[in-house]
Design a protein around this ligand. Structure first.
Ligand code: MEV
Length: 314
């Protein structure tokens, strides 16, 4: 038996611009997805995902279920042609709240589990390549920051097409995530930005340049532990994202409620259009920010930065 776990992720700086090769900063959050593989005597590949009510489901390579699709693509990309030589059972269990990237954690935990189970000897860089290919095979679009962050853990600076760079964060950050309870579709939002970019290429050149400056400034502020400067960058980059048309009235409500409750900074996190926001609090304002988010109909929780993928059991 092999058991791995991978964390969720949150985008901190650089969403959307990341798709066009602008660096971004993201971090792994302390909500994990666990994946175990057990050998079978026959050659069947069976999935048990009790937390989504999917049991005893046999591998077809063409499922419509989202989690199965990611797992099947991860198996294909990791084990390749040898797939029919082996029989095994995959079980996933998630402790993740919505909005922190169950799919990417699934892919990362699965690839790491296959690496151990089949003794493939893949290093982290090779696993990253497989994970990113898997995301593109299933979703078609994305910068790959999500699997990069879940794999490497901690704070990560990431530029599409390059390996993630782990970042030190000496200061203790108090971070509150607020989910709008509105589901957004990442690929539609990426497409929406692409259309606008095509219509106004020069504006988007400027927008992405400004975003990159925010990312680099945020990186400096993180390194020297200047939380107020970091918060300024969060507010600034949120304004840019709003200008790009990817915010949502509910996101604005939760962001302003957080700021009014004492957040140093707050911004949307991820593709926008709903989903979630993130606020930088101080140790004395976490509770007030969470209460305000809840009052406005959002789902708040405190997030801590966590380590990347790990082997739980062999
Ligand atoms: C979505 O979480 C963030 C985007 O930048 C897409 C990506 O980078 O893969 C919109």
């Amino acid at each position: 038996m092999v058991k791995t776990s991978a964390p969720g992720k949150m985008m901190f700086f650089g969403e959307h611009a990341a798709v066009y090769g602008i660096p971004c900063i993201a971090f792994a959050v302390n909500q994990r997805l666990y994946c175990s593989i057990n050998k079978r005597k026959d050659k069947r590949i069976i999935f048990n995902f009790p937390d989504i009510g999917l049991m005893d489901y046999e591998y077809t390579g063409s499922s419509e279920d989202k989690r199965v699709k990611f797992i099947e693509a991860a198996i294909k990309n990791t084990v390749g042609d040898k797939i029919s030589d082996f029989g095994f059972e995959v079980e996933t269990r998630s402790e993740m709240k919505k909005g922190v990237g169950t799919s990417s954690a699934c892919v990362v935990a699965m690839v790491a589990a296959l690496n151990e189970f089949f003794k493939l000897g893949l290093n982290r860089e090779q696993m990253f390549g497989i994970c990113y290919k898997t995301v593109l095979d299933v979703q078609g679009k994305g910068s790959g920051y999500d699997v990069a962050t879940s794999l490497y853990g901690g704070f990560v600076k990431y530029t599409k097409g390059q390996l993630p760079i782990p970042m030190d964060c000496p200061a203790k950050l108090h971070l509150v995530m607020g989910h709008t309870n509105i589901k957004a579709d990442t690929v539609s939002l990426i497409n929406q930005v692409a259309e606008k970019k095509q219509k106004f290429p020069h504006f988007y050149e400027e927008i992405f340049r400004l975003t990159e400056n925010c990312v680099l400034e945020a990186e400096n502020r993180i390194k020297i532990g200047d939380l107020e400067g970091l918060a300024d960058m969060m507010n600034f980059v949120h304004g840019i994202l709003n200008g790009m048309g990817v915010s949502h009235p509910k996101l604005e409500e939760l962001i302003f409620a957080s700021r009014n409750a004492g957040a140093l900074g707050a911004k949307l996190s991820g593709a926008g259009g709903g989903d979630c926001m993130i606020a930088l609090a101080s140790d004395t304002t976490v509770k007030a920010i969470m209460a305000e988010i809840e009052k406005k109909g959002g789902a708040p929780f405190e997030v801590r930065v966590d380590e990347g993928v790990r082997i739980e059991d062999i």
